[in-house]
Design a protein around this ligand. Structure first.
Ligand code: ATP
Ligand code: MG
Length: 484
């Protein structure tokens, strides 16, 4: 199909093609007598005027040979990383990762995402791509430099903001079901619609997701979560029937029950609203995850008591569920998970600080418990306001603004964030020559609480004296210097 760029888009693409690497590839390919194209995501992103640091080059010939020859023609002779098994090679040029691969034809068997690969034509290579917008190629050889090959109307689909498979979607998705997650992801990232036929096929083939590794699914899910309006992706995942396979806990939040004329809110849609609310405030993936999981304990704690719906202790139950969910989804089981757990556990605490006569002690306690996560916790609480009543939203936000201000003042005064109480377990053990037991925790907490509550001064001396008194209550006496 001949190239039909409008001038505006053409200028943009030409801007991106000004990267000197393309001239080097062009001359090198010509000297080797092979045809080379820039293809896929990079082409899509140039047309959309998004920057993309991954550049994929397809060669009608050996990708590895072209990569090595290109490296020789670059001044600083970058290192070429060769993946012999895949017939690919990559190198870094400035901040771009450039991957070279021979054009290929793929055929799939039903039980695997891994295709049998043979050498192919440019057309074969474009046929194996997932979406029309990802299948465009721009020629780099001198004679045809800058010409677009767009066999499936990717350019038009970009104009129409449409995600569509190049071939029969049932085949494209059944061959490699990861593409189904990618469909939802691109739709959410770019704000594009999924074409009807393509969407029907997502529904039809949903069970094929089961052969995709959880890590890959999590990668795509994280990209959805980091999109500008992440709810769009979750609504599609729900509509396509994917959530029941990849994230059943979230689906459990869905629905409204009625008893004696009392309804509770639909916590699924509420959660999506919280996620959308937090998106413009932060690109921290894990804070966005905390928004997704903040009410995850609600179904397990739901009760109808004295004519009202309650979700008592859902923050603790939810926080406990985080580990299991992270493990199931193969999300990192490290400090990121601990961070999400902590925010879920604490997400109701700032609400208790809204009243006018809130004590410094309560503020100090939150600072102590939330530590470095205090600001993120406040951001989560603000996003958690999903009332449709604008007046209410304004009032609640103003309340939290005051809480933030009070927290700041108390922190400046008392510095309890990341504060370590002066009395440690070791000190208690050595002072009273006792064996480790639960009394140590009781004494430690009593001292910590007294300082946070402002009952004693935050000094070592005051803390030590209180430790002696608290220990005495439990029957312990300080030993003398001779250990008696
Ligand atoms: P992003 O870089 O944002 O993840 P992308 O489209 O560039 O998006 P890559 O994984 O970088 O995705 O892949 C580059 C290109 O390779 C795609 O544009 C597409 O043409 C092709 N591609 C990648 N994954 C698949 C797949 N699972 N099935 C078919 N084609 C794919
Ligand atoms: Mg890419």
């Amino acid at each position: 199909m001949p190239l039909k760029f409008d001038t505006k888009r053409k200028n943009k693409v030409n801007e991106y093609l000004k990267n000197p690497i393309f001239k080097i590839i062009s001359e090198t390919a010509d000297s080797l007598g092979v045809k080379a194209f820039v293809i896929g995501g990079f082409v899509r992103d140039c047309i959309l005027n998004r920057s993309d640091k991954d550049i994929d080059i397809v060669v009608l010939g050996s990708g590895i040979d072209l990569a090595k020859a290109v490296a020789k023609n670059i001044k600083n002779k970058p290192q070429v990383t060769v993946f012999k098994r895949f017939g690919t090679a990559s190198l870094k040029f400035r901040d771009a990762d450039i991957e070279f691969v021979g054009a290929r034809k793929e055929s799939y068997s039903p039980d695997s995402r891994k295709p049998i690969v043979e050498n192919g034509t440019l057309e074969d290579d474009q046929n194996r791509r997932d979406f029309t917008i990802n299948a465009m190629a721009i020629s780099l050889n001198k004679e045809t430099y800058g010409q677009l090959t767009d066999p499936f109307g990717g350019l038009k689909d970009i104009e129409n903001k449409l995600i569509r498979t190049p071939l029969d979607p049932d085949i494209t998705f059944s061959d490699d079901p990861l593409r189904m997650m990618r469909a939802v992801r691109f739709s959410t990232q770019l704000g594009f619609e999924i074409a009807n036929e393509t969407f029907d096929s997502l529904k039809k083939n949903k069970d094929r997701l089961k052969i995709v590794s959880k890590e890959r699914i999590a990668d795509e899910l994280n990209k959805i979560i980091l999109s500008p309006v992440p709810s769009m992706g979750f609504l599609l995942l729900d509509k396509a029937g994917f959530l029941e396979i990849i994230f059943p806990e979230l689906l459990n939040l869905k629905g409204v029950e009625e008893l004696a004329g009392q309804f509770h809110k639909d916590n699924f849609y509420h959660t999506l609203k919280v996620l959308d609310n937090i998106a413009p405030k932060t690109d921290n993936l894990w804070l966005r995850w905390a928004a997704i999981l903040h009410d995850i304990g609600k179904p397990a704690t739901k009760k109808f008591i004295d004519g009202i719906w309650t979700f008592h202790a859902h923050e603790f139950v939810g926080s406990k569920m985080v580990t299991q969910i992270f493990r199931n989804m193969k999300l990192p089981m490290n400090e990121k998970m601990k961070y999400v757990e902590k925010l879920v556990r604490l997400h109701l605490r700032p609400i208790a600080l809204v009243s006018e006569e809130v004590s410094d002690s309560a503020l100090r306690r939150l600072l102590f418990d939330a530590g470095d996560e205090t600001e993120d916790l406040m951001t989560l609480c603000e996003a958690d306001i999903t009332s449709k009543n604008e007046e209410k939203v304004k009032r609640f936000l103003e309340n939290f603004r005051i809480v933030r201000q009070k927290l700041k003042e108390v922190e400046e005064k008392d510095k309890v964030r990341n504060w370590q109480p002066p009395i440690t377990g070791d000190l208690i053990i050595s002072t009273f020559n006792m064996n480790p037991n639960k009394d140590i925790g009781i004494i430690k907490d009593a001292v910590k609480d007294a300082i946070l509550d402002g009952i004693i001064e935050n000094t070592y001396q005051a803390a030590f004296e209180l430790m002696l008194r608290e220990a005495e209550k439990l029957g312990y006496k300080q030993i003398d210097k001779n250990g008696k």
